[in-house]
Design a protein around this ligand. Sequence first.
Ligand SMILES: [Zn+2]
Length: 369
Amino acid sequence: MIAEKPKRKMAAKKPKDPSVVVTTLRYRLKDSSKMNRLDRLARSVNFVWNYCNETSFNAIRNHSKWLSAIDLKNLTSGSAKELGISSVTVQAICEEYAIRRIQFKKRKLRWRASSGTKRSLGWIPFKANSIQAKGDRITYLGHEYKLWLSRPIEGRVLSGSFSQDAQGRWYVNLACEVAKLEHRHQVEEVGIDLGLKTSAVLSDGTVIENRSEFRKLEEKLGKAQRAKKKRQAKKIHAKIKNKRRDFLHQETTKIAKKYHSVFVGDVSGKFVQSGNGKSSTDASIGVIRDLLKYKAIRHSGNCYEVNENSSTVTCSACHNKTGPSGLSGLGVREWTCSECHAHHDDRDVNAAKNILRFGRESLRAAKAA
Ligand SMILES: [Zn+2]
């Protein structure tokens, strides 16, 4: 006999404050010397997770009992010190485990492996009271971690986690409650195509270009590198990075202020296709998207990620797939639709128009469901 699964309990209904918004801020951690420590902590997290998984499964199988987060917390209490993680983190794992088990409707979840080819990416959850954030530093369990402060930490930190990406880099994610800015948008919606040559192209024809001064600085950088002037090169590199960041901040703020709903392409696989392995470019696209999401919400708007497959090959006028496709089509900037004879003088604007339409359609579908 299988016990009845617990329903996900609604959090005690607090009156929702319309003037605040919860947003997740994500920062990359700076000093790699501390990463071993995080790796070690992540192993302890996996240990607790796997314990929850095993114990919970046994309880269902042998006693038809679904252990709640509170049950799991009781079972794991006192283990934190031995594992070298904070007791709040152990509690956070138990809560997350119980939530996920209900969310995925499973009696058992995936094992978190600490090594081997199926190693889980590191993850260390925490509660607001177990960290201190100050300037570009965050303290957890008495250890200070420096962050690449892409934007200031603001608002009230509610909870968070350290997490690792596939390249082994560590990040800290903070769920923060920030004040929404009262704002009136000029335009209801926009679709955005993120690209390599230009930073972004909007469905209304606006083109946001990497400014030419980057090019000048990049030439300087090349010169310094060829002359093996390492210190100078490093300096120029940092300058480019700062300028680009300022530029992206300004542009994304403009977009978030002007348009209420922003639909942005998910840009998956685009770069592999074009054979451009420049990771710096990939990173700046991710940055634009993160900034857009955050700023849209901040300005009382929305930002949606849209599957942009076929957005470049579809005619935005008649919706037939008549555009240039494949590798040979990459160089084609303008084209005429063979079905409806619409002329697209910028294929990225056409793509952005499609992204806008895809976004509208998926929103409508989501509302209907
Ligand atoms: Zn057409």
